[in-house]
Design a protein around this ligand. Structure first.
Ligand code: BDR
Length: 318
């Protein structure tokens, strides 16, 4: 039986890469893609998702419009990094329009799809966690009906990429991240910022990857141009935890959801999110001392099988 996935995205460049890895995996059935504010506006995130599906000839997969803003925090986008439109400001005049979105809203769709497949759906979240927080508020039993949750977000050593101590997805909606880490007691796997940096690939791999002569590789080449320039800036170099490398952060969470053997080292820790600190709001807190008295522990990814990961990326652009 195929692995059933719902993917919650704010489609910027690495979300696009993650979606394409999922589309290329023969063992996966994508039940739907739900969109959220984040890297770019919600409208752009929806359009970008449809663009990715069009390139992969998979516009049959339903795409849903989710939350346009965080629960309480001020709106935050990553336009500097991903481009104003989230996909490197390299527009496609023939891109599909928003009329292709489903009429049903993302959160309702998530709940419905999971109710139709209880215990079978793996939810992968590569955006701020607003849609997931609203889902558990609407249906408190939602998390227990999931097979597993995979998140790209948070950090382990207070190394920020957005604020001093905060990773983008958690900083963009700290309250939602708090609710999700508190209420989702299903098996939860987290690909943090430091983990993704430490498992990044050599840039020479990225060159080979993009040099494949396919429509998908040409698309990826075009939308990646802007971020490839950005990663060379001094500001970005300071964010890196482990030196320069090609870091497709969202793809780690997605690839691990597809093939759990990808993760070769992880640790189980109870986690929460700081909501008040002047410098630390949005930072993930790891409770090694068990002071929070939380029964539920998340699995924090540490290392992946890089060879397997490369192969999944290569297959995504074939
Ligand atoms: C996360 O923030 C976004 O810019 C990326 O898409 C990824 O989800 C990394 O901190």
């Amino acid at each position: 039986m195929k692995k059933k996935l719902i993917i919650d995205v704010d489609t910027g460049v690495d979300d696009a890469q993650a979606i394409m890895v999922a589309l290329a995996a023969p063992s996966v059935e994508i039940l739907g893609i739900t969109c959220c504010h984040g890297n770019t506006t919600l409208d752009h995130a929806c359009k970008n998702t449809l663009r990715v599906l069009k390139v992969c000839n998979r516009l049959d997969i339903p795409v849903y419009r989710g939350c346009a803003e965080p629960l309480l925090a001020r709106k935050l986008h990553a336009g500097d990094f991903h481009g104003k439109d989230g996909l490197g400001d390299a527009p496609d005049p023939d891109a599909p329009g928003l009329e292709l979105l489903q009429k049903e809203k993302a959160v309702q769709a998530m709940i419905k799809l999971v109710n139709e497949n209880p215990g079978e759906v793996t939810l992968v979240a590569t955006a701020p966690l607003t849609n997931l927080a609203v889902a558990v508020k609407l249906d408190p039993s939602f998390p227990e009906k999931l097979k597993a949750l995979y998140i790209m977000g948070g950090n382990t050593e207070s190394r920020g990429n957005t604020t001093v101590c905060g990773e983008f997805n958690f900083v963009a909606d700290p309250e939602a991240a708090y609710v999700v880490l508190d209420r989702y007691t299903c098996p939860t796997h987290i690909a943090t910022w430091e983990f993704s940096c430490r498992n990044s690939l050599p840039w020479s791999f990225c060159d080979t990857w993009l040099a494949q002569d396919t429509d998908k590789a040409h698309f990826m080449e075009r939308i990646s141009c802007h971020t490839r320039k950005m990663v060379q800036t001094e500001r970005y170099q300071k964010e890196l935890v482990a030196g320069p490398g090609f870091n497709s952060c969202d793809t780690y969470a997605l690839a691990a959801a597809i093939d759990s053997s990808l993760v070769t080292e992880s640790e189980e820790v109870a986690v929460t999110v700081e909501l008040e600190g002047t410098y630390t709001r949005g930072m993930m807190v790891l409770d090694y001392l068990d002071q929070l008295d939380k029964k539920h522990k998340a699995s924090i990814m540490k290392k992946v099988d890089c060879e397997k990961f490369r192969q999944m990326l290569m297959d995504a652009l074939k």
